[in-house]
Ligand binder design. Structure first.
Ligand code: G1P
Length: 297
């Protein structure tokens, strides 16, 4: 039987400069879509996939994340006294059992590969997941759960993937596809943000990975790649060259790039429209905005 995936690494060391001044004093991962922080979406998805141990790769100024996952006794007792059971339930989903969560600091911003490598001592011989909280994926069955189910068949290493418009492909890690079976694509090579002329396809890697410890060993070499950073993509590509298995999983769902302002706003609107308490009011407002814009044209 293959090892179960029970640990996930969340690289959250980035400065979030694209969201300044909001991120001057709060971590980007606490920014919320409606009322739920980006990091909570990532945690909920991990839990649904069977993850039990959560490893955060952080940096200076991310202390608010630790508080977010802690219990808040004063707040809880107030809510209890006020009989606000639904809010108490919401709060409980944010707290982590003692010992289920670990924080590792990335001392220098040397890239995603380096961030994952910083967690190496907390991973033993088992496969582990990596979740990039900037990539928020709305799906009936959460994306990582879809992958874990497919992974039970494939083993090896697996990345989430989706087709992107060719003119945007150079913003992503791209795969060179081999054989395809349902949603699982054999990966022959992976390249991080290549120049358009070198793009092996327009199938992009999205921020969900299930990886073997061999990837951490490859990262030990600290190879400097695209953008002068140590890239996770390069360590996975090396694994293919070493004869390891890598597949890409074309997930069912809608991905939002919450690392960009436009993507973040789209996600906020999409999630708000899913909510019974907000849908009608927001929809009426949006309709009004669209009508006013059309009338002005
Ligand atoms: C990272 C990965 C890239 C992937 C992308 C998905 O890049 O390095 O391979 O395609 O996430 O969001 P970043 O967007 O952090 O530069």
């Amino acid at each position: 039987m293959k090892n179960k995936v029970t640990k996930a690494i969340f690289p959250v060391a980035g400065l979030g400069t694209r969201f300044l001044p909001a991120t001057k004093s709060i971590p980007k991962e606490i920014l919320s879509l409606v009322d739920k922080p980006l990091i909570q979406y990532a945690i909920d998805e991990a839990r649904a996939a069977g993850i039990r141990e959560f490893i955060f790769v952080t940096s200076r100024g991310k202390g608010a994340l630790e508080d977010y996952f802690d219990s808040a006794p004063q707040l809880e007792s107030r809510l209890r006294k006020a009989g606000k059971e639904d809010l108490l339930k919401t709060l409980r989903q944010t707290t982590m059992e003692s010992g289920a969560i670990a924080y590792v600091r990335q001392r220098e911003a040397l890239g995603l590969g380096h961030a994952v490598w910083c967690a190496r001592r907390l991973i033993a011989r088992e496969p582990f997941a990596v979740i990039l909280p900037d990539d928020v994926i709305a799906a009936e069955k959460p994306c990582l759960q879809q992958m874990v189910e497919a992974y039970e068949e494939t083993g090896g290493n697996m990345v989430a993937a989706m087709e992107v418009p060719p003119e945007q492909a150079s913003q992503y890690g791209l795969i060179e596809p081999g054989s395809i079976k349902d949603r699982v694509i054999e990966v022959r090579n992976m390249v991080e943000k290549p120049a358009p002329k070198d793009a092996p396809s327009n199938i992009a890697v999205i921020g969900r990975y299930i990886l073997t410890p061999a990837i951490l060993r490859n990262l030990n070499r600290k190879f400097v790649g695209s953008g002068g950073e140590i890239q996770l993509t390069d360590a996975i590509a090396e694994e293919i060259r070493n004869g390891g298995k890598v597949t890409a999983y074309r997930f069912d769902g809608r991905r939002f790039d919450c690392g960009s302002k436009a993507g973040f706003l789209q996600a906020a609107v999409a999630f708000a429209l899913e909510r019974d308490d907000l849908r009608d009011e927001l929809f009426t407002y949006l309709e009004g905005v669209v009508m006013a814009r059309k009338a002005a044209q």
